[in-house]
Ligand binder design. Structure first.
Ligand code: SAJ
Length: 457
């Protein structure tokens, strides 16, 4: 079977290579000449675990081009970004992809859409454009099969996750199932195209709302003098509770965007947009924390550890780090960035020691596992503050090295600041639990009160 895959990005390229490695002849199409040249020269335009090996298995049946060719099937995996001004989906890429396919479409061909779209887009936007070929839907087959793979585990998830396939009609669904069965080992569930569109948006919206809830819990915990991380662990012992983790905000190209696709045409929805606002405001909240620590330091310097949108990947799309940096710069903070996974960013990237040298505060924004093992003794700070937005550092070790540690969502820990030279300047005693901060302690000051509970000073 010959399949044309339009869009050779984070979803399209792995899908194209999986199809080729499992016996299809694949023409990968991308409008970027650089991507096409790169692939035809045996290079991969981005990193993803396992993709080099997959490319070697696929390369004899894979070629990249800038235009589609006649084929048995066409698969669209192009971006559907959000217009930030209106919060409305930008369907220009999928429209263009459909227009590129139409001249090559023949009776009996199958067109699959993997890109995430607002409900009804297949019927209202894509199918009519494909019908410009002169062939009616029904004569060609059409299905929506939204991608479900998570960056960092894309290949494994593309093979092992279950899939939802929604066809225009029975034949469309059956043919699409047949194609995905060549490489998918998870269950394949069948429905109609509009339901499949809705299901995909519900999945990412569910995650966004749940992250917003975790973020709200973090702020409430600070107000209630609770450590939210401990509280979440305990609440999650309930068999029907599964709270996610708070953090500095939601990044990436899906979860922060797709909820708007669900609501863009609705006048009814409140919770979805409120969750978006909660998550979008987390960089502001992190800056508020930094400001409360740094308010009496002249020419303050902040070191950002982690600019990727999430842990253990080098992807910075939509990263909350960017908003944090812009806000911080607008307030006059000098910013230095370090990320061991990221190759390119809008701001210069430095190695860890350089990013920390002479700085006043490290802000850990990304949960890279490597950050857990940082030896704080190696960091030559001017002022030893660290803010851990992901609760991943070994806090006791940082405190032993003289750092004042502030953890997002930890309102439980308020310790006195020792009156020693070289420690952070005065004015840092927390005035309310939300500003709590763990400080290095001389051993003579007890951490716990006689009843075993930590107390506010
Ligand atoms: N995050 C938190 N707390 C959490 C979990 C995540 O703050 O408990 C943050 C992350 O740090 C990151 C953002 O949310 O900034 C999104 O990361 P993610 O791992 O939740 O999701 P994505 O965007 O990498 O991938 C999602 C996945 N969808 C779901 O898990 C429902 C993936 O399966 C989809 O294929 C992908 O969106 C997509 O392309 O739609």
């Amino acid at each position: 079977m010959k399949i044309c895959v339009l869009g050779l990005g984070y979803i399209g390229l792995p899908t194209a290579l999986l199809l080729a490695a499992h016996g299809s002849d694949v023409v990968g199409v991308d409008v970027k000449q650089g991507v096409v040249d790169c692939l035809n020269n045996g290079e991969l335009p981005f990193k993803e675990p396992g993709i080099e090996d997959l490319y070697l298995q696929a390369k004899d049946r894979f070629v990249a081009k800038t235009d589609p060719v006649a084929a048995d099937g066409f698969l669209i995996a192009v971006p559907t970004p959000l217009d930030p001004a209106t919060k409305v989906s930008d369907l220009s890429y999928i429209k263009r992809a459909a227009d590129m396919i139409a001249p090559h479409l023949r009776k009996g061909n199958l067109v699959i859409l993997e890109s995430t779209v607002p409900p009804g887009t297949s019927e209202r936007v894509i199918i009519p454009r494909l019908e410009e070929s002169g062939i009616a839907v029904g004569e060609f087959l059409y299905a929506h099969c939204p991608e479900r793979a998570i960056p960092g585990r894309t290949l494994r998830e593309m093979v092992c996750n279950s899939r939802v396939i929604g066809g225009y009609d029975r034949d469309s669904t059956d043919r699409a199932v047949f194609i995905y069965q060549t490489f998918v080992r998870g269950e394949i569930y069948q429905t109609d195209a509009r339901t499949a569109e809705f299901v995909k948006l519900m999945e990412n919206t569910c995650r966004d709302v749940n992250i917003a809830l975790a973020n709200e819990f973090a702020k409430l915990a600070e107000e209630c003098s609770i450590n939210v991380w401990e509280a979440i662990t305990l609440a999650n012992k309930h068999p029907r509770v599964s709270i996610l983790s708070p953090g500095p905000g939601v990044g990436g190209h899906c979860i922060a965007i797709d909820p708007w696709f669900l609501t863009e045409n609705s006048t009814q929805c409140r919770m979805v947009s409120t969750a978006r606002e909660v998550n979008d405001s987390m960089p502001n909240y992190m800056l508020h924390i930094a400001r409360s620590l740094l308010h009496d330091i002249r020419d303050p310097v902040i070191s950002i550890f982690g600019v990727a949108y999430k842990g253990n990947i080098g992807d910075t799309r939509g990263s909350p780090a960017l908003k944090f940096i812009r806000l911080a710069e607008n307030e006059g903070y000098a910013i230095r960035c370090h990320d061991p996974f990221v190759r390119e960013f809008l701001y210069p990237l430095m190695d860890m020691a350089d990013a920390a040298a002479g700085s006043d505060c490290i802000v850990v924004l990304t949960d890279h596992d490597r950050f857990r093992a940082i030896d704080p003794a190696r960091l030559r700070m001017r002022t030893k503050y660290v803010i851990d937005a992901r609760n991943i550092l070994d806090h006791e070790q940082w405190i032993r090295q003289g750092f004042a540690v502030r953890v997002l969502g930890d309102g439980s820990l308020v310790r006195p600041m020792p009156l020693e030279e070289g420690l952070p300047p005065a004015g840092l005693y927390p005035t309310d639990p939300a500003r709590s901060i763990a400080m290095p302690l001389p051993s003579s000051i007890p951490l716990l009160s006689p009843d075993g509970r930590e107390k506010y000073l």
